[in-house]
Structure formats: structure tokens, C-alpha cells
Design a protein around this ligand. Structure first.
Ligand code: CP
Length: 320
């Protein structure tokens, strides 16, 4: 069920419902087929990025501009947030200047949902703490569905995605589990107990310690970055030990199911969670390696963000 508050905001994928997910994914799929209409001509989209980003910030900016919108960027450093202004007050201030949507990345889990209670324009989480990264979840769904020929219906039943690594710190993991499970896929969460506690099963995945066992069943694997900036180094015995249990090495990749794909939300730590040769994909010498779709994920990000911006601004207009 889509909650009332989520009808013109996007602060997570949990509880959105399969119909709403398919509606957004279908719109994103169609964005790639013909040049987009400049449906947001004369509009302004605010990008409030209070944490670093390459992919999400650039693709929201490109998406908004492709739809004809202007883009206004605000970073934490150099804004009045550094003087202690609350996120709610910052959002109300930006909205009062006449923006049509606010995209926000912050370190506080759940902050976008809180901001949405204080403004009348769409709030879109571009990643908040460990809580959610909904447009990443959508672009992962779109890329995986396209790779497996399921983008006509976005019914993922019978398919399995393994998500590997530092799951407890990961907003991408939580949004992927929410999205993939609602569309019928099985999600196997793989990591050591310090990074993938059994309690994660409560959100709709199966926790597995043995990466090789998970890869035998998986139609795709999403390798997550070890988040040293969120303290992952302290919960890891050593990089060598971590790699032995949980890295997608060349040897492991060779044993993956035919037709399976390798995903990574980026940025990658090459040589830690993912071998360079696996990220680069099949070669003449290694023709049977699984296909990496990492840059396809990046490209899908623009289509997804175009679809989300257009959908939410139109919904917001309709209720005024
Ligand atoms: N996947 C992702 O959120 O990447 P950025 O941090 O570069 O935006």
C-alpha cells in the first residue's frame, strides 16, 4: 500500500507496493525509448547534498535538466546548516523561494521523512544514513529486470539476488531488499555476523554466511562497498580475512551461474569486495565470466530519476 505521505514524496521503498514500484519502473523504462518531453520546463529542482556523492548528485542534476528544469544546488559546507539550522528549517526556506522538488542526501537516517512533514513540495531521499536510498533501489531493479528480460512486467519471481558485504551499514541494501522482495525475487543477504546480523531477516531477506553457497543459487550479485567511513574497518578482522570469505574474486566469479550478472552501486573498492578483473567482465581468455552491469546501473540512474522527478512534481501539482 502506498501511504498518503508517500504519494508525492519518495523517502523509501518499503511498503510502497508492487503496483507503485511497477508504475515508476515502467515510466523509467519508457524514458529510455524516446527523447524526453521537457515536462519540467520552468521548474526548479533543489539538490541538497550534505554528504559526498558522484553518481546520485550528477544523475539527479542531469535528469532534471533533461526534463527542462533548472537545478539549484546546496551543500552542507557553505550553507547555514553549518550554523546549526535544522533540516526542516532549511527545507522550508528553500521551498519558500519557489522550488518544485527537493532532493536530499543526509547522514541522519529518516531525516527526509521528517522534512516531508514540514513542506508542501516533493521530498526525495537521495540516501539518508543507513535507512534508505530509494532511487538506487529503483535503478537496481530496472537494471536487473532488463538484464533478465523481465522489464515487460517487472515480475521477478523465480529470480534470486545475493547482496554481499557490509549490509548493516547499508541504505542500498535496505532499499534493494524492499524493492526486490515486493516484486517477487528472493534476496540472500551474505556477510559476517558483524556486518549481516540474523536480525536483518525481519526486513524480508534470508541471511547466509557462505558466499559460495549463495552464488550457486544467485541470478545476480550486488557487491556492496566496505564502508570504512561508517566504521566497517572496526568490525572486520582484516582485509585479507574479509576477502577470503566475502569478496567476489575471479575464482568465485568463474563458478557463478550462466547468465548471472554482477552489480555494484558504487563507488567500488577494487581489490577489496570485488576483483578488478570481475568488474571488467568477460575477455577472450575468460569468456564465461558473469556480465558486469555496473555502468548499466549508472545509466539507469538517469532514467529512474527523470521518472521519479516527473511523477512526483505532477502528483504534487495535482493536489494543489
Ligand atoms: N550509489 C551511490 O549512491 O553513489 P554516490 O555516493 O556516488 O552517489
Amino acid at each position: 500500500m502506498t501511504s498518503g505521505a508517500e504519494t508525492f514524496h519518495l523517502t523509501g521503498l518499503a511498503g510502497l507496493g508492487a503496483d507503485r514500484l511497477r508504475e515508476l519502473l515502467t515510466a523509467a523504462r519508457e524514458m529510455g525509448k524516446s527523447p524526453p518531453e521537457r515536462s519540467l520546463e520552468g521548474r526548479v529542482v533543489a539538490l541538497m547534498f550534505f554528504e559526498d556523492s558522484t553518481r546520485t548528485r550528477a544523475s539527479f542534476s542531469i535528469a532534471a535538466k533533461k526534463l527542462g528544469s533548472d537545478v539549484f544546488e546546496l551543500a552542507g559546507k557553505g550553507s547555514s546548516a553549518s550554523k546549526g539550522e535544522t533540516l526542516a528549517d532549511t527545507a522550508r526556506t528553500i521551498e519558500a523561494m519557489g522550488v518544485d522538488a527537493i532532493v536530499v542526501r543526509v547522514s541522519e537516517s529518516g531525516a527526509p521523512r521528517g522534512m516531508a512533514q514540514h513542506v508542501d513540495c516533493p521530498i526525495i531521499s537521495a540516501g539518508d544514513g543507513r535507512h534508505a536510498h530509494p532511487t538506487q533501489g529503483l535503478l537496481d531493479l530496472l537494471t536487473f529486470a532488463e538484464a533478465h528480460g523481465r522489464a515487460d512486467t517487472f515480475d521477478l519471481s523465480g529470480l534470486t539476488l545475493a547482496i554481499v558485504g557490509d549490509l548493516n551499514s547499508s541504505r542500498v541494501f535496505r532499499s534493494d531488499v524492499a524493492g526486490f522482495s515486493q516484486l517477487g525475487a528472493e534476496v540472500i543477504a551474505v556477510g559476517p555476523p558483524s556486518m549481516a546480523p540474523g536480525s536483518l531477516e525481519a526486513i524480508g531477506c534470508r541471511v547466509e554466511r557462505d558466499l559460495d553457497a549463495a552464488l550457486e543459487q544467485a541470478d545476480g550479485v550486488q557487491m556492496l562497498r566496505v564502508q570504512f567511513e561508517r566504521g566497517a574497518g572496526t568490525s572486520m578482522a582484516s582485509v585479507r580475512e574479509y576477502r577470503a570469505g566475502y569478496a567476489l574474486t575471479l575464482e568465485r566469479a568463474r563458478r557463478m551461474k550462466p547468465g548471472s550478472v554482477v552489480m555494484h552501486p558504487g563507488p567500488m573498492n577494487r581489490g577489496i569486495e570485488l576483483d578488478h578483473d570481475v568488474a571488467e567482465g568477460p575477455t577472450e581468455r575468460e569468456p564465461d565470466l558473469p556480465r558486469p552491469i555496473i555502468l548499466e546501473q549508472v545509466a539507469a540512474g538517469v532514467r529512474v530519476r527523470m521518472a521519479v522527478l516527473q511523477d512526483l512534481v505532477m502528483r504534487s501539482d495535482a493536489r494543489r
